[in-house]
Structures are given as C-alpha cells and as structure tokens.
Write a protein that binds this ligand. Structure first.
Ligand SMILES: O=C(O)CCC(=O)C(=O)O
Length: 256
C-alpha cells in the first residue's frame, strides 16, 4: 500500500459521506493517523486501554473526532482486533491515564480508573470488534479501547484515520494542523497534500522536546507525556532527565 492509496482511502467519497453525517459538511483530516504493522506476539504493538483524547491537548476534548479503524486483512480475537468498553464515552470525561504500559511507550488506563471515572462495568461492558477485510470500525474519540495480542503467524496490518471539523483545534499541541478535505463553501476544494505531507509530525514531536534525536532513539517524545504521570519507567523513559520530568509533572523519580 503506497501513500497514494492511503490518500485515496482517507478522502474516499463514500467514507467522507459517512463522516459528514457525524460532523457536518466541513471536514478536515486529523494529523494523527497510523499504518500499523502488528507483528505476532509483540508487546510493542499491543495497545492498552486508552481514550484517544488522552493523547491530545485539552482543547480537543469538546471536538468530535471520529476514527475509522480499517484492517487490511480479516481481523479477529486471535490476530489482535480491537475491543472497546461499551458506553465508556457517555460521561464525556477523560479518565486519568498513566504512562508507560509494560515495555512500551503507550499511555494506559487501569480498569479501576475506568470503572470509577467512566462509570463502566469491566465485567460486562467489554465488546470485541472483529472486522473483516473491506469493513471498518468507527470510533468516538472518548470511547476507551485497546487492541488484543496477535497470536497468529501473520502481521495484522491496519490503518487508523481521523477527521474533525476544520473550525476547531485538532489538539495536536500546535505541531501540525488538519488537512481540509471538504468545505461547505467550496465544493471543489483542492486538498493541499504538499503542505500536509511536507511537515513530518514525528520530527515536530522531536523538536518539541528541544533536542536533536537519532532516528533509532526510542525515547518517548510526544507532548502528551507531559500530561500524564509516568508511574512506570522503561527503556523509552530512561534517557529523560530528572530535571525534565519534574518540569512536566510530579513524576516518581527514575529508579535504576
Ligand atoms: O490498531 C491498534 O492496534 C490500536 C489502534 C488504536 O488504539 C487507535 O487507533 O486509537
């Protein structure tokens, strides 16, 4: 799959028609999108419980940002499909996330925190969402979700693509703006891919921590790290200085 194929899918007429029903006729692509290669039995690609808003700036909390999660093969509980917690978006609250899950750089929600703040029942409300090739799962940015482990022998490829109104902040800490795809004022709007693709969001994340980073340095650099407490350190946090951490939050000191 090339970037052109992803561009075509992201701006697909029928997909945008569905998105329009949710957010209205003005549509921007959100700068956070991923092509995921979920390799078998790999903790690094198994995403723990979280709300997508947990990765974004607080000014996105009141903006509806639908995500289309699109597997590039049949997905099921064996190869790492998604699970969500039914009704977990209804309070409109953002639960207290923690960092970092296991040996990954993901933020995560504990089950206790979800039950307390999002008023869900983890014994009853978890829903597995197997999606066949050609289908998609549409997610609200407040709904808690995760992906299961991949116990198969094949890579579970998927895309997650997001949209929102172009009239509100996309909550990406000013690092990158959205991409106008549909405008009620201009039915022939030209999508400015050059500007959008010209700005590498990973490089912008690196710049936001104020230091040059080697491409193979796996230290976490997302600005969302400043939002949530780092309660568990691992190889992705060990190079962050105590001084930087304490300027972010009331983090626990790093233990060797
Ligand atoms: O595809 C996955 O494994 C996780 C996707 C996810 O959590 C997301 O798109 O927010």
């Amino acid at each position: 799959m090339t970037i052109y194929a992803i561009q075509e899918l992201w701006t697909n007429e029928r997909l945008l028609n569905a998105v329009e029903q949710l957010i209205g006729p003005d549509i921007a692509g959100h700068p956070v999108w991923n092509l995921r290669t979920k390799t078998p039995k790999n903790e690094a690609t198994t995403v723990p419980w979280h709300q997508d808003v947990g990765y974004l700036d607080n000014n996105s909390y009141e903006v509806l940002q639908p995500t289309a999660w699109i597997p590039l093969l049949d997905s099921n509980e064996n190869n790492g499909c998604m699970q969500l917690v039914k009704g977990g978006h209804k309070t409109g609250r953002v639960a207290e996330h923690e960092c970092c899950a296991g040996n990954t750089w993901y933020t995560m929600l504990t089950e206790e925190e979800m039950e307390k703040t999002l008023e869900v029942n983890m014994a009853e409300d978890i829903v597995s969402c197997p999606v066949s090739y050609g289908g998609m799962l549409l997610l609200n940015n407040m709904i808690p979700h995760r992906s299961l482990n991949n116990y198969s022998d094949a890579i579970r490829w998927s895309l997650d693509l997001r949209w929102q109104t172009p009239h509100k902040s996309c909550g990406f800490y000013g690092l990158k703006e959205g991409l106008l795809m549909r405008s009620s004022k201009d039915p022939n709007v030209q999508i400015d891919w050059d500007t959008f693709l010209g700005l590498n969001r990973t490089k912008e994340q690196h710049k936001s921590v104020g230091k040059e980073m080697d491409d193979f340095d796996t230290t976490i650099v997302g600005p969302w790290m400043k939002k949530w407490k780092i309660v568990h350190h691992n190889r992705h946090t060990k190079n962050i200085s105590e001084e930087t951490l304490s300027s972010w939050h009331n983090h626990r000191p790093i233990k060797a």
